[in-house]
Design a protein around this ligand. Structure first.
Ligand SMILES: *Cc1c(COP(=O)(O)O)cnc(C)c1O
Length: 385
């Protein structure tokens, strides 16, 4: 027994708000376009949206499988009661095979040696391993090379304790304006996986299309698609063809905690990087790089207060930052939008990526678990696929 009350603490003003209605709208838009089963990629805390609630919402929208990067993410989904196939895209690290079997997670097997180990552990423990074979067609990370895949496939079909239910590859630049390398990769994948037909064997589920593939390489949709960021309403690159309309699912908000007028010549923040050119109205926000709101936004970022854009001034601290509000007023408790819409204005994940000098993926996945997730809307709001 503890002397402290056991109740949720809800006073933190900074929240990530996830709109499940929008998420559903995006899934249905993708499903209508591709007419294939969807493996929803929910690695990295579902791109910052919250792993378990997001996964459950995706399943409610008809997503049939889930993809994660690491074993631990798959285990968290199983412990939450999720029973659909879950592929661990990152494959094996160290000796984890027993855990994969315990939690009935699908292993991404990337080499003959690993496949041998998997088959051995499955045999020793009297279980069957679920396996998808990973083929490297030019991404150059992990996977059996496409031009040496035959022996890998032969071994796979003779691995008695493995159910080889899938074969997959990953694009290096499916979201680029220049589609030539993606075409080369797809061609390599199709040639490699023709093994099964040549041998008169059933072809496992072939999947390759990430968000870029879904948007601009219909010929890569094959037997299943594997989008991540597009589910969340963000396009994978500025130049990708926006062939499917999606809307951002995530907003990030905080509240004003302090207001003051800074004298001309006074400085704000660590290292005194901002000096007031005149008496200046400044508010303090209780959010900083310790929440994943990047320090690179120091003297660069913008937020919405009262429906207008205002500049972050001075260094971003770990837990706080300062914003100049011009001639506007702001009161303690006023809503501040860091990502999302307020009035007629909107700050996008792409805006933040531009200020920070990174890609939208990193902006989303930086938002860490110190920020509570709140879910609004529901998956029934946008009809069915
Ligand atoms: C992350 C990932 C995806 C999803 O990528 P998006 O660009 O977010 O659609 C698909 N497949 C693999 C193997 C991945 O690692």
């Amino acid at each position: 027994m503890t002397k402290y009350p056991d109740c949720p603490i809800t006073c933190r003003p900074t929240v990530v708000e996830v709109d499940l209605g929008r998420l559903a709208g995006n899934v249905h838009a993708i499903a209508r376009a591709v007419r294939r089963p969807i493996m929803g990629v929910v690695k990295a805390n579902a791109y910052g949206h919250g792993l378990v609630p997001t996964a459950q919402a995706l399943l409610a929208c008809g997503v049939s499988q889930l993809g994660v990067a690491f074993l631990e993410e798959g285990i968290e989904l199983r412990r939450a009661g999720i029973t659909v196939p879950i592929l661990v895209l990152g494959g094996l690290i160290g000796n984890q095979i027993g855990h994969f079997l315990d939690f009935e997670l699908t292993i991404g097997a990337s080499s003959p040696e690993k496949l041998r180990q998997i088959d051995q552990v499955a045999a020793d423990t009297g279980r069957r391993a679920q396996v998808h074979l990973k083929i490297d067609t030019g991404m150059g990370r992990v996977g059996k090379r496409w031009d040496r895949a035959d022996e890998f496939f032969e071994q796979a079909v003779t691995s008695e304790h493995c159910d080889v239910t899938g074969v997959f590859s990953h694009f290096a630049d499916a979201d680029a304006a220049d589609k030539s390398f993606a075409a080369v990769q797809l061609d390599r994948f199709l040639r490699a996986t023709s093994f099964f037909e040549r041998e008169g064997l059933p072809t496992p589920t072939r999947h390759m299309a990430n968000s870029g593939g879904v948007l601009q390489h219909p010929e890569s949709w094959l037997d299943m698609v594997r989008p991540g960021i597009l589910l969340y309403g963000i396009y994978p690159s500025p130049e990708v063809e926006r062939t499917i309309a999606v809307e951002p699912v995530l907003s990030c908000k905080t509240r004003v905690v302090y207001f003051k007028v800074v004298d001309e010549g006074a400085t704000v923040g660590y290292d005194m990087t901002w000096t007031a050119p005149r008496p200046t109205r400044v508010v303090t926000l209780p959010v900083g790089y310790g929440d994943g709101y990047s320090r690179a936004l120091s003297n660069r970022g913008q937020v919405l207060i009262g429906g207008r854009r205002h500049d972050v001034i001075g260094r971003m601290s770990m837990d706080q930052c300062s914003v100049e509000i011009g001639d506007d007023s702001a009161y303690n408790g006023d809503e501040v939008v860091l990502i999302g819409a307020q009035g007629d204005e909107r700050i996008t994940v792409e805006d933040l990526a531009g200020w920070v000098g990174t890609i939208p993926y990193e902006i989303l996945t930086m938002l860490n678990t110190r920020v509570p997730r709140q879910y609004v809307g529901d998956t029934l709001a946008s009809g069915t696929a």
